[in-house]
Design a protein around this ligand. Structure first.
Ligand code: BES
Ligand code: MN
Ligand code: ZN
Length: 497
């Protein structure tokens, strides 16, 4: 989807579809008034008949209205003005995008950013309208041909021209591309999206963007470094493990980078602690932390963000096998700390232990954030609406929560108090990889914290937010939005771009 601008009056725009928003409890704004007048009062009459959608996210398409040049008008309900926040705006724009796709319009003009949103400026609304429309236009086609009569993708959407419009739309294109990559990788089946496929994707990105460099460690190289926890998880699979690193050097030489570390379990059977058969196919989404990391790196490179950023991915497949690691095994991690395996299905923390430690030692980041579909307990705690954020660094938590709020890609903090650490103690090793039933997301984070010694580090559990059930089942591309916002804030904010 291309984004453009137009300074033509809405009624004079010869487009396939004009997108406008309508509040439940507000009179027509200037644009709607102008369109109502141009159409000789069609909107007023429909409103009196109760036909116009006023509820949030409801849409209606009117065809061939007199007096305007657009062939359709898509009206999206915005709900009550006082409840219309950044999240509601994004949802309304996504609803509009879904209806737009179904309408078969190839080109549209979007006036949604005219609607007032509490605490959001013009640039924000433009950027987020564009990203949301692109998001809603996505249909999975990699391994399923759309029906011949399926609605086509939208080619382009224009927005009212303005001072910041061009810049904001270029940013939106960069963000949408990162979100798209994260979704494509998440949705890809596990027989395609293997650790090597993730490494090839990173290599392709580095080839496409000057300033982006790639490094891929194979199993021999990782063995030499002592990354035994990461290798243990992958040793039951015929698909070899990889450690992938993408570096963006947009900042000064020698400036400490910000680092992202993504969990890339390309399929999680649970290993010897085999998962139940029901819904096991969903464990192809267990590399969504890796997908987020690669997606963010693509956005960062497209935006040419003026800071140094490192994206590290631990890529493995967790399979049961004669060679697989087993409960009872004690493994010496790269840090030298020993781990007693109590459940091979708690594999995410094993691979992240080495990836976090390696990142801290080698890349010396100013701050490090890991992103992982780490625990089912996080889905129980927060559902699909928020990512779980855990850290002892209050300032870093505030940065991430703030970025999530700003990007309409929210997180919620869970505690990481020392008291929880007791749950992962064992007589046989420095720790075990299981903390028992209580606070499963927190004890997983406790485990990770032991490999982030001396680092400014936070953990984001995206088990609930990275993919959605139904509507259809798909990767969401979250939390690319939150993390791009966080990086931009660390680079001086959107206005500095
Ligand atoms: N990848 C799963 C977590 C997960 C579960 C993500 C459901 C999304 C939906 C992770 O590797 C896992 O299996 N975690 C276990 C941990 C347990 C063995 C301590 C879990 O959550 O049950
Ligand atoms: Mn698991
Ligand atoms: Zn997993």
């Amino acid at each position: 989807m291309q984004f453009t601008t137009s300074s033509e009056a809405a009624s004079q725009l010869a487009t396939d579809c004009l997108i406008v928003g309508l509040f439940q409890d507000q009179p027509f704004d200037d644009d709607l008034t102008a369109l109502d007048q141009a159409t000789d009062g069609v909107l007023t009459r429909l409103l009196e008949d109760g036909d116009l959608p006023r509820g949030a996210g409801k849409t209606l398409i009117l065809h061939a209205l007199p007096g305007i040049k657009a062939s359709r008008m898509l009206i999206v309900g915005l709900g009550k003005a006082e409840k219309f926040n950044g999240i509601a705006f994004t949802r309304a724009a996504q609803a509009a995008g879904k209806a737009l796709r179904q309408s078969r319009a190839r080109h549209a003009h979007c006036l949604l950013a005219n609607s007032p949103v509490a605490d959001r400026d013009e640039s924000w609304k433009l950027r987020h309208a564009a990203v949301a429309l692109a998001h809603a236009d996505y249909v999975y086609t990699a391994t399923k041909k759309p029906k011949d009569d399926a609605p086509p993708a939208t080619d382009s959407v224009s927005f009212p021209a303005g001072d910041a419009a061009e810049t904001q739309l270029a940013i939106a294109e960069a963000v949408a591309a990162g979100v798209q990559l994260a979704r494509d990788l998440g949705d890809a089946p596990p027989n395609v999206c293997t650790p090597i496929y993730l490494a090839e994707t990173a290599t392709r990105l580095a080839g496409e963007h000057a300033g982006l460099e790639v490094e891929v460690l194979d199993e021999d190289q990782m063995a030499k470094l002592g990354m035994n926890a990461l290798l243990a998880v992958g040793q039951g699979s015929v698909n070899p493990s990889r450690l992938i690193r993408l570096s963006w050097r947009g900042g000064k030489d020698g400036d400490a980078p910000l680092a992202l570390v993504g969990k890339g379990v390309t399929f999680d059977t649970g290993g010897i602690s085999l998962k139940p058969r029901e819904l096991m196919e969903q464990m192809k989404f267990d590399m969504c932390g890796a997908a987020t990391t690669l997606g963010v790196m693509e956005t960062v490179a497209r935006m040419k963000l003026p800071i140094n950023v490192e994206g590290v991915v631990a890529a493995v497949e967790n399979m049961p096998d004669g060679k697989a690691y087993r409960p009872g095994d004690i493994i010496t991690t790269m840090s030298g700390k020993t781990v007693e395996v109590h459940n091979t299905d708690a594999e995410g923390r094993m691979i992240l232990a080495d990836a976090i430690y390696w990142t801290g030692q080698n890349l010396k980041p100013a701050k490090m954030v890991d992103i992982a579909t780490l625990t089912g307990a996080c889905v129980v705690a927060l559902g699909h609406h928020a990512s779980g954020i855990m850290s002892q660094d209050d300032e870093l938590v505030e940065e991430l929560l703030g970025a999530g709020h700003a990007a309409a890609d929210r997180g919620w903090r869970l505690p990481l108090w020392d008291e929880y650490q007791e749950q992962i103690e064992t007589p046989f090793a420095d720790m075990k990889n299981l903390g028992g039933m209580p606070a499963g997301s927190v004890t997983a984070a406790c485990f990770l914290s032991r490999f982030a010694d001396g680092q400014r580090w936070a953990h984001i559990d995206i088990a609930g937010s990275a993919w959605q059930w139904g509507k259809p089942e798909s990767a969401t591309g979250r939390p690319v939005g939150m993390l791009v916002e966080w990086l931009v804030n660390n680079a001086g904010g959107w206005s500095a771009l």
